[in-house]
Design a protein around this ligand. Structure first.
Ligand SMILES: [Zn+2]
Ligand SMILES: [Zn+2]
Length: 365
């Protein structure tokens, strides 16, 4: 100790106080922490120890380090690395984790230790950029640097997974790892939403079965859960209902993008999505770079066999036979059924006819 101030014991007033390094047991919020080599002043008269000046900081930092070690918490260096990796400010971290002001500063100084719950949140932020994005939206934290880092990470991940996914043969019956992405909006929102990506183990059959349980079937959700991206195109010619194309720069693991003519009636759009999903499930190894659909017919006649197959599957996706028969037992009003299943009257007409629930053959238009 180079301090020239007269040092005396705060307990007994003795000036017989000397610096030493020895094991000390500290009590921190009801917890006993052993520090094997603690630097402190010890009173020769009464034996009490104290941590004047810088010793107090070192003592608190050592306690923090010990607790982090014992509890397997992130180190001070980890905390700083995770925060700066995303270009986030300390106050922003506090807002994201929901702790009081100045908390993060203390954590990074090492004198205060995050709770195990906070530690878990910080680890998730480190491991999962999409979780960070979700937190940023929830807590109203906007940081362009962080958004850029998140976007890059997601893009990298999508590329890796879609390469692997596309190398797998179709149709896929085994659970495969896919990335699910969505393009939900247009304009500036697209950039942020584009990489709303999550990883999941998806069994195509099981995913379809799960979605068919709820009427009206969320066909867009189904496509996304299968790793197919969807874009609504409001400038598409009215001569086309939509398309499914192989993406050169995949935004989903499926590596396919369904474009829907946003100017068609929402019910027709649903049919188009279902039809394209059907192409993906049944024909994705046969459609080359994709298929652009002329305005889709809902019937099963004529046409290319691939188109007939896709229409049949689309009808079953949107109007699952079991659910439709159940609903038909309540009402045979085709208009009411079309409303319940969110399909066009035309589609419902063909479906009822196809299942033999009506003898009325819909008019061809
Ligand atoms: Zn003393
Ligand atoms: Zn088609």
């Amino acid at each position: 100790m180079t301090d020239s101030r007269a040092i005396f014991c705060l307990e007994c007033g003795s000036e017989n106080v000397t610096e030493e390094v020895s094991e000390v047991t500290a009590n921190v919020r009801g917890r006993t922490v052993v520090l094997p080599a603690d630097r402190h002043m010890r009173c020769g008269a009464c034996g009490s120890i104290s941590h004047p000046g810088k010793m107090a900081d070192q003592h608190l930092e050592a306690i923090g380090e010990r607790i982090r070690e014992e509890d397997g918490l992130l180190s001070v260096a980890d905390l700083k690395e995770i925060r700066t990796r995303y270009g986030l400010q300390q106050e922003e971290m506090e807002a994201l984790i929901g702790t009081g002001p100045k908390t993060w500063v203390r954590w990074e100084r090492g004198r205060v230790v995050p709770s195990p719950q906070s530690d878990k949140v910080i680890r998730r932020i480190a491991e999962d950029p999409r979780y960070l994005l979700q937190l940023m939206e929830e807590k109203g934290v906007s940081n362009e640097t962080a958004l850029g880092v998140i976007e890059e990470a997601c893009e990298r991940e999508v590329r890796t997974h879609s390469d692997a996914f596309r190398a797998s043969p179709a149709p896929e019956r085994q659970p495969v790892e896919v990335i699910v992405s969505s393009v939900l909006g247009r304009g500036s929102e697209v950039r942020k939403r584009l990489f709303d990506v999550r990883k999941a183990y998806v069994d195509i059959d099981a995913t379809i079965a799960r979605h068919k349980e709820r009427v009206p079937v969320d066909v867009e959700g189904l496509a996304r859960d299968l790793g197919i991206s969807i874009a609504r195109d409001t400038r598409m010619t009215m001569g086309s209902s939509g398309s499914i194309t192989r993406e050169t720069r995949p935004t989903g693991a499926a590596g396919f993008l369904i474009s829907v003519n946003g100017r068609e009636h929402p019910h027709r759009q649903r049919f188009t999505i279902a039809h394209e999903v059907a192409h993906y499930v049944m024909h994705r190894d046969r459609i080359g770079n994709g298929i652009t659909e002329p305005v889709l017919n809902r019937n099963l006649d004529g046409q290319d066999p691939i188109e007939r197959e896709a229409n049949a599957m689309a009808a079953e996706l949107l109007m699952p036979e079991n659910s439709l028969r159940e609903a038909f037992a309540e009402t045979n009003d085709a208009a009411e059924l079309a409303r319940r299943f969110k399909v066009s009257h035309e589609s419902m007409g063909w479906r009822l006819f196809g299942l033999g629930l009506t003898k009325v053959r819909p008019r061809q238009n």
